[in-house]
Design a protein around this ligand. Structure first.
Ligand code: BES
Ligand code: ZN
Length: 644
């Protein structure tokens, strides 16, 4: 009898452990301590300095949105109904949410999602970076919290475009960009990447427009009624919730891939993105099944502040990747790769951002190799390493570390080449050390073991130690790994990608610089975009007026349509005071709002008094068309006030 009871108790506690594990979609952060005491089932969360929320006491599990998209007021107005769960014994703990510039009208709670009763709430003082905490009184048995609210017209996570700012020029457009901490500017929620939620949404728009979201339910037909429903059945972090509304059309690319964009852009987009399905197939071969159903892309108007954003099921992309020759599609490989690294296994806090972007940049290059071959991969990896080295030269030690300290800082400050390129080099170093076969198996196992979880760097290191280092004790030591993750600079053993094509470019470049070869005689006929970029970025910082003019005459660089090439050339033009490119620079800066391009150009201009004058004149024209994220970067460079 005694042993039976004991067995029963063991069974019971096992069941508890399993239930706790299953319920734990927000992922228990296995801190160092927890790793040592594996049997513990206590749910802990990592410290997230960028969220006010309290998932360790009350956790949001599902978000149900009901929105009216009001273009005339530039607001989303409606309700967010949050399904909540108590995660501690503290029966009177309130629910604490993140918000920024939201107008909260009233809040109700319910036990059954049917009968709602009003509850008290308070909005705390607003912090410039974090926004304001919203504290909601929660009856002990409340399961649902409904917030009636509207966004502000200058919500940091939304951009409202007038018809003139779109390709079609006839109808307005709105899109969201939530990463890193902008979801709180359009949804009151627990805006920490370790809190995962499923979501549903009903979105009402003007009848002639289509709404799309990072979820199931995106329409592939041209039928529109201004009333759209969506569902994301997998638990995702808040920064992956996304919406866009505009005059959108769909075109299939493959059986589970397609593209949305404005009608006048659909042809060009479908041509450029034609390899998307193939990329999905190749990625699955290495890293296991694509778990999200469809993979579609949305090509946005040019003010989109990023190159791409990995919103699940629907990558958002800048139109500046439409080069006409598919040469910039590594961006698609990158955002697709996030379907494994980032969306399936997510950084628990923004300190761990390198887990998202380093893995993704590594995967991106593997996809490029699988689809376009090793020489292309090596060219892109060389460009990546080179730009990292340049960047590191100007960084203080604390910003050269993968596991970056961001306390008191905007998480956007962590958006540098370090998490991307240093992270990717670290993983390539591991691959080259243990061999590709072993490493691929390890990475695939890592994705499977942490699928739909958010993890810290410490959890990754513990997993790495157990599943790779311990198996290969003669090859890599933990101290080696720790140097990569916790120390500044690039370790001596960092891989150096090799490109024969680039070596040829360099040889010709040297001959031209040494006066042995005229620019027009450089053999550029077969150069790809990557070779052009290597040629330009490898030239000395200072070139004479004659040399600049010679290059331009030979290769028409000022009128290039390829955004990456144009950007490099314009940057060189500012540095070398090549005034013939002035009109093109103004055109570029007033028609494109991608931060990666416009920020360095304004920074370069701002280095001289005359440049600053030009920058200000251009910015006055460009600013109304820029996204809030780009505006805040350029305002800082040109020292403008937020409401100038
Ligand atoms: N997730 C990022 C974009 C991002 C990061 C937005 C941090 C906000 C905060 C996305 O996957 C990305 O890395 N995009 C790159 C392009 C990529 C090919 C390197 C970009 O937008 O430049
Ligand atoms: Zn990325």
């Amino acid at each position: 009898m005694k042993t039976k009871l004991k067995n029963l108790m063991i069974l019971f506690s096992l069941a508890l452990i399993i239930v706790a594990g299953l319920a734990n979609t927000g992922n228990a952060q296995k801190t160092k301590q927890n790793n040592m005491r594996k049997s513990e089932t206590v749910r802990t969360f990592a410290e997230d300095v960028h969220s006010y929320s309290n998932p360790q006491a009350v956790k949001v599990r599902h978000v149900d949105l009901d929105w009216n998209v009001l273009f005339d007021k530039k607001v989303l107005q409606g309700t967010a109904t949050l399904s909540v769960e108590r995660t501690s014994n503290e029966q009177n703990a309130p629910l604490i949410l993140d918000t920024r510039d939201l107008n909260i009208e009233k809040i109700e709670t319910s036990n059954n999602n049917a009968k709602f009763t009003p509850t008290k709430f308070s909005v705390g003082a607003a912090d410039k970076i974090l926004g304001a905490p919203l504290t909601v009184e929660l009856p002990a048995n409340a399961k649902f919290v409904r917030i009636y609210y509207s966004t502000s017209p200058n919500a940091s996570g939304l951009q409202w475009l007038a018809p003139e700012q779109t390709a079609g020029k006839k109808t307005p457009f709105m899109f969201s960009q939530a990463q890193a901490i902008h979801a709180r500017s359009f949804i009151p929620l627990q805006d920490s990447p370790q809190v995962r939620v499923t979501y549903t949404a009903r979105v009402r728009t003007p009848k002639n427009l289509l709404a799309v979201m990072s979820a199931e339910g995106n329409s592939q037909t041209s039928a529109r009624n201004g009333d759209y429903k969506f569902k994301m059945p997998h638990a995702i972090p808040a920064y992956l919730i996304a919406i866009a509304v505009g005059d959108l059309q769909f075109r299939a690319l493959g059986k589970r891939t397609g593209v949305y964009t404005e009608p006048s852009m659909i042809e060009k987009s479908a041509f450029e993105l034609a390899d998307t399905e193939k990329m999905v197939v190749e990625t699955e071969k290495i890293y296991g099944a694509y778990r999200w159903g469809r993979y579609d892309l949305l090509v946005l108007p040019p003010s989109f502040p990023f190159g791409g954003m990995e919103n699940p099921m629907l990558t958002f992309a800048t139109p500046t990747i439409l080069a006409g020759d598919r040469s910039l599609v590594s961006l698609v490989a990158h955002e697709l790769a996030h379907s494994w690294s980032g969306n399936l296994v997510t950084n628990a806090t923004w300190r761990d951002f390198w887990l998202n972007e380093g893995f993704t940049t590594y995967l991106e290059r593997r996809i490029i190799e699988a689809v376009y071959g090793k020489p292309r991969r090596e060219m892109e990896a060389t460009l990546g390493r080179r730009s990292l080295e340049d960047e590191l030269k100007g960084f203080e030690a604390r910003d050269q570390i993968l596991h970056v300290e961001l306390k008191g800082r905007d998480p956007d400050d962590g958006f540098t080449g370090v998490p991307y390129e240093k992270g990717a080099l670290f993983l390539r170093h591991l691959e080259e050390t243990v061999g590709r076969e072993k490493f691929d198996k390890f990475v695939r196992g890592y994705f499977d073991a942490h699928a739909f979880q958010s993890i810290t760097t410490e959890t990754f290191v513990a997993y790495l130690q157990k599943n790779l280092l311990n198996q290969n004790p003669n090859l890599i030591a933990l101290t080696d790994v720790e140097e990569w993750i916790y120390k500044a600079g690039l370790p001596k053993n960092a891989p150096v990608p090799q490109s024969d094509a680039f070596a040829k470019v360099e040889a010709q470049s040297q001959n031209w610089l040494g006066g042995k070869l005229a620019a027009k005689d450089i053999k550029t006929q077969t150069w790809t975009t990557q070779e052009w970029l290597h040629f330009l970025t490898n030239l000395p910082q200072n070139l004479s007026a004659e040399k600049m003019a010679e290059l331009d005459k030979a290769f028409n660089l000022t009128t290039r349509g390829n955004s990456e090439i144009a950007f490099q050339w314009l940057l060189m033009s500012i540095k070398n005071n090549y005034t013939a490119a002035n009109p093109r620079l103004e055109e570029f800066l007033t028609s494109i709002g991608r931060r990666k391009f416009v920020k360095p150009l304004f920074e370069e201009l701002a280095k001289t008094p005359e440049g600053t004058k030009r920058a200000n004149a251009i910015y006055t024209k460009a600013r109304p068309g820029y996204h809030p994220i780009t505006v805040s970067s350029i305002d800082a460079i040109l020292k403008r006030q937020a409401n100038d």
